[in-house]
Design a protein around this ligand. Structure first.
Ligand code: DQA
Length: 154
């Protein structure tokens, strides 16, 4: 009997304070919780025949470890590194080791906010960036990953 094809996994990684989505500055980040985003992303991934592994941490090292794990376990990574986006060389270095597509997501339009949010250590090592579409950005990222994995996108 041939083995059934394995579903390709997308690692969806979330950085500090994103566990407070829904409560934290809803005028900026919206009222959708991270748990809701996790469910929505899984559902969207399923429509593409993909699955998601969804994580959040307030600790930089834990995010680094999940990125390292993604090297062998994930077909793509979607990452909202929260404030570490603007500070973390460790996340930059970890992401550079990946050969799979990496999509950076931000709920808010970081470029329309304070100057310190304009710099991203993630963007130079991302395949693409989605900012300012709220929770919908995660779904756009799943669609982008699906296209990239099918070889349809640039
Ligand atoms: C964020 C933007 C970051 O500047 C901020 O520190 C966050 C959330 C976003 O999704 O809009 O925590 O990544």
């Amino acid at each position: 009997m041939p083995k059934p094809a394995k579903t390709l996994r997308i690692y969806v990684l979330n950085g500090p304070n994103l566990n407070l989505l829904g409560l934290r500055e809803p005028d900026i980040y919206g009222r959708t919780t991270l748990a809701d985003i996790g469910k929505m992303a899984a559902k969207r991934a399923k429509t593409h025949g993909l699955s998601t592994v969804f994580h959040q941490s307030n600790h930089e090292g834990e995010l680094v470890e999940w990125i390292q794990e993604a090297r062998t376990k994930a077909a793509a990574v979607i990452i909202n590194a929260g404030a570490y986006t603007h500070t973390s060389v460790a996340l930059h270095d970890a992401l550079r080791t990946l050969i799979c597509p990496v999509v950076e997501v931000h709920l808010s339009n970081t470029f329309a906010r304070e100057k310190f949010r304009h710099k991203s250590h993630i963007s130079p090592v991302a395949t693409g960036v989605i900012v300012g579409f709220g929770a919908e950005g995660y779904l756009l990222a799943v669609d982008a990953v699906a296209s990239l994995l099918k070889g349809a996108a640039p």
